[in-house]
Design a protein around this ligand. Sequence first.
Ligand SMILES: O=C(O)[C@@H](CO)OP(=O)(O)O
Length: 254
Amino acid sequence: MRTLILLRHGESAWNSKNLFTGWIDVDLTPRGEEQARDSGTLLRSAGLLPRSVHTSVLTRAVRTARLAMTAAGLAHTPVARHWRLNERHYGALQGREKSEILREFGEERFRQWRRSYDAAPPPAPEGGTADVAHDPRYADLPRELLPRTESLADVTARLLPYWHEAVVPDLRAGRTVLVVAHSNSLRALVAHLDRLSRDELLELNIPTGMPLRYDLDEELAPLVRGGRYLDPRAAAEGAAEVADQGRRRLGTTR
Ligand SMILES: O=C(O)[C@@H](CO)OP(=O)(O)O
């Protein structure tokens, strides 16, 4: 059996303001830092000691990984970072308030953009604040790999090569693996692991800062579909909070 732990970063400054974030590099809030540390404590008390950690290159995930691993007493563990684990690029929605987009475009379009497999929001304008062409983190990447918007299908396509080339070998080597990523890069990974249907994917919301454990068989198929959150009640509340974003007014999401 192989053990994989998925962890969405703790609450970020823009989660707390109910803003579409995507590739914008915002930091954790104090609540997000606490969620990250609590995740590490939960891992330790469950006897889950990751020997390999993978994160995106976005600060909120990198810091969550560091805080969680330090709280688990495993600060020395190597951490690999890769842009392929980044959040979905939310295109022109980045920086916009979710409730405003819901009002402007209606429930169905809002839901398709957030939770469907195929729909991508309108692209971010070239040279705008969402353009990462001059960000040194992506300096070595060919321009055509840098997204200006992404659907979940696009996220899946750029994430899976990293899964197969970097994460799967660690699992096959028998290491407990922790992947610290984002709402939509983790939705793509869960959809792949659990073979979710399009309808199931529409309903999938990943809470911030809640470790989700997957035990996998030799073929890397989950023993329990959907995995198991270490704190199921808090995770269900967190997922409901995420699902509800857009219906909350600016500043009222904790
Ligand atoms: O804005 C985003 O980048 C993500 C995560 O906060 O939002 P959502 O969960 O709505 O896809």
